[in-house]
Design a protein around this ligand. Sequence first.
Ligand code: 13P
Ligand code: SF4
Length: 361
Amino acid sequence: MYSQPIPDKYYKLTEQEVDERIYKAKEELGNRLVILGHHYQRDEVIRFADYRGDSLKLSQLASSRPEVDYIVFCGVHFMAESADILSEDHQKVNLPDLNAGCHMADMADLDLVEECWEQLNDVAGNGTMPITYINCTADLKAFVGQHDGAVCTSSNAGAVLEWGTAQKDRLLFFPDQHLGRNTGVKYGIDLDEMILWDPYEDLGGNTEEEIEKSKLILWKGCCPVHQLFTTKQIKRLREQIPDIQILVHPECRYEVVQESDLNGSTAFIIKTIEEAPAGSSWAIGTEMHLVNRLAREHQDKFITSIDPNMCLCTTMNRIDAPHVLWSLENLLEDEVVNQISVPQDISYWAKVSLDRMLDIT
Ligand code: 13P
Ligand code: SF4
């Protein structure tokens, strides 16, 4: 989708002017506005969020504030779409910069998933349930809703997988192979009961027999940020700091999660650090903004990234303070720039799969 360009004048303001005008616009909009922010957002942005959260919490918040007119979503596109789907019809959702997409979400699209689904049905009848990670486009959530499946986030993937396996012989999990594999293993599915589905190969690169025998089919997608952490980096850290504890997000590779001490969603990572004793040492495998923030906020503990030279999530990083200001000042005129509006037919079925997730959670 085409992103409305921010006028140059917003980049001619000083940081202080931007901040002052954001506070002023927030005050004028009062309780007509809520700003939601994902933990991976820049510091200059997250401090304006009325609520911060991981993907699950932000979905829950979007569905629980029916009184506000505007939801400004400081996160990425699929999150703002979910907010639009879960909020009331009268509420308008803004994503300050539409270029804030998600590389993982881009790794699955409806045509490829429908093609996969057809092939699975030909080989194995109707014994498969689709489960999608929330990091996908709204039309894929709608597909899942129409085929009796559910959405999950990294906070509740285990509960959703258990719910699905109780009903069907196998699950098709997309788009993140790593979250699917890590969660599957945690909940009792063996690695040899899982197959990888490469959407650009016939039968996903599998034989009919492999498909029939499988319990979990993992779409060949990943998060390019989390996938970069390696076991070699962990080994080096353990050699350098013997009492270091390794804490990673389940979007990391299977072997990295296996080598870690603890793994869990963004919210789990934050809670673990908050509850850790003073003097403890942690190496974290997740997005850099969050790791840096945790290190700054918990100076009584040693906190580093598993890879201090890693790249941050470039799409999350698209949202900056000038874009937030531009969005808010337009809302003062009842103009919604870069509005996220999911078409009604897609929204209906996507809400079915999101509501199933919220009910299971
Ligand atoms: P959570 O917010 O569920 O931890 O997911 C992390 C992420 O990569 C968001 O895009
Ligand atoms: Fe997508 Fe990864 Fe960025 Fe999350 S961190 S928004 S999964 S690219």
